[in-house]
Design a protein around this ligand. Structure first.
Ligand code: MG
Ligand code: ZN
Length: 370
């Protein structure tokens, strides 16, 4: 009897030990591992509300790449203490998952630095990148790698870029690296020796040294408007970043910002908004083409807030929209609810109605906690 019991126990233990191996093909943990290796492209159209999208669709018909994305949600964008956010608090809600004061970059409402989703996934071995049409030290991109109490601290943000370990960055902002109050030329400093750096404004973004990190500073501050000579900078930089980030075995997290849709809203220029949004949408098209082929890439498009209080009030002719801006100038953001579009694995996670901080928590659940 005693012998029988111990045989039974031994067999049972063997079975329990072998079970996960024998059932390997259906192992739920295996699926979870694939989730960890998901690439994510987060595209932010600064100031891109529904009317901005609507105006661009009326101009270009249904041909916008945005219409390729079938999972849609809505976010509210109020900041910690104001019903109307600025781009710093808006992007910080996405990057750290906390509502904070307007103007804050990567810090919570008490001014405490919180690690960003980019810093979090970096620790898991992800490659990370940012592409924008503003300075790379501007509020939206900075919120993903820097931690400062105010968005105006561009030189401090440039200094923090040195420690960011971003693998790819393309945008403007050269002056904050080389023409500084402290007299330092950051491009010559040791911390940037692992980067291939291009600050030639006329050459397109092109990766030459594959084995280095990439930094492209293509304007002193923000890039020119698309209507004033920026050409296809954004689509091209996005393509180069995708090719570069995808060339290693590690997955990646890329943030792309159409920075100037917002600037057209502040100055109430409908043509500025439409041309910038169309440019942003073309870059999105490249991301969706990549995601379609790759199969393991989640693409999310959203905005930090609406700008200008834009309403389309008539469209007799597609080329001659009738519209109205209800607010202009530096404080021209509104509290309008903002759409979220998602495509690819886990895209349905982004449907429904939630707070802007939900972008962070959903990404965290998908990329880190699973
Ligand atoms: Mg911005
Ligand atoms: Zn703005």
């Amino acid at each position: 009897m005693k012998l029988k019991t111990s045989w039974y126990l031994t067999l049972r233990m063997l079975f329990l030990l072998l079970c996960p191996v024998l059932m390997g093909q259906n192992d739920p943990n295996k699926k979870e591992k694939n989730k960890e290796h998901l690439n994510v492209i987060l595209l932010i159209g600064d100031g891109m509300g529904l009317s901005q999208i609507n105006a661009t669709m009326l101009r270009f018909g249904d041909s916008l790449n945005l219409t390729r994305m079938k999972d849609i949600g809505l976010i509210r964008t109020d900041s910690y203490n104001k019903p109307i956010t600025d781009s710093a608090a808006g992007a910080t809600a996405f990057s750290i998952g906390y509502k904070t004061y307007n103007g804050s970059i990567g810090v919570d409402s008490k001014g405490k630095s919180r690690t960003t989703i980019m810093e979090d996934v970096k620790k898991l071995g992800y490659k990370t990148g940012i592409v924008c049409t503003s300075s790379i030290t501007h509020a939206t991109p900075a919120s993903f790698y820097a931690h400062v109490k105010h968005r105006s601290f561009h030189e401090e943000i440039a200094l923090q870029f040195l420690e960011s370990e971003l693998d790819f960055a393309a945008g403007g902002g050269l002056k904050f690296f080389i023409d500084r109050k402290d007299g330092r030329n950051l491009l010559k400093e040791n911390a940037l020796s692992k980067y291939s750096i291009s600050s030639n404004f006329t050459e397109p973004v092109r990766v030459i040294q594959d084995d280095k990190k990439q930094l492209f500073l293509k304007a002193n501050d923000g890039l020119p408007k698309v209507t004033q000579g920026r050409a296809n900078f954004l689509s091209n930089a996005v393509n180069e970043s995708l090719r570069f980030l995808n060339s290693s075995d590690e997955p990646f997290l890329l943030m792309v910002e159409g920075s100037q849709i917002d600037w057209g809203g502040h100055s109430n220029e409908i043509e500025y908004i439409i041309s910038e949004l169309k440019d942003f949408d073309e870059a999105l098209g490249n991301c969706l083409d990549f995601a379609e082929k790759n199969g393991n890439t989640l693409v999310i498009v959203t905005a930090d807030h609406e700008t200008g209080g834009l309403t389309i009030i008539g469209s007799k002719y597609y080329m001659n929209l009738e519209y109205n801006f209800s607010i202009s100038g530096s404080g021209a953001h509104t509290a309008a609810l903002i759409p979220v579009f998602a495509y690819g694995p886990q895209s349905s996670t982004f449907t429904g109605f939630y707070d802007n901080t939900g972008i962070y928590s959903k990404l965290r659940t998908i990329l880190i906690e699973n």
